[in-house]
Design a protein around this ligand. Sequence first.
Ligand SMILES: [Zn+2]
Length: 117
Amino acid sequence: MKIGTFFGFEAAHVLPHHPGKCSRPHGHSYRLEVVVEGGLQEDGPATGMVMDFADLKALVRRTVVEQLDHNDLNTLIANPTAEEIAQWIWARLEPELPSLRRLVLWETATAYAMLER
Ligand SMILES: [Zn+2]
């Protein structure tokens, strides 16, 4: 069974290698989707759940969203394309969340980068 949730954050970036307008400082309202996989727990407070959504949301917020939100992404990632940001998020999230299976980072309403395992 897979379950997922999404987050929004606002951040600024510059793409230093881009020949066009992305080389100018600008911002995006990013959307981050996270999917985890597991069996349904058979006892405890999360019985019948893969994972409590509240626990999943708190973990993702604490691990990555709080660092990215209202930040200059170039202070964290040298070339913060959607792809590079997605890799940065995956590298921090996966050790804390081994059941992570998919991460989708929407940079605009019509463009995203996705990692799956
Ligand atoms: Zn941009």
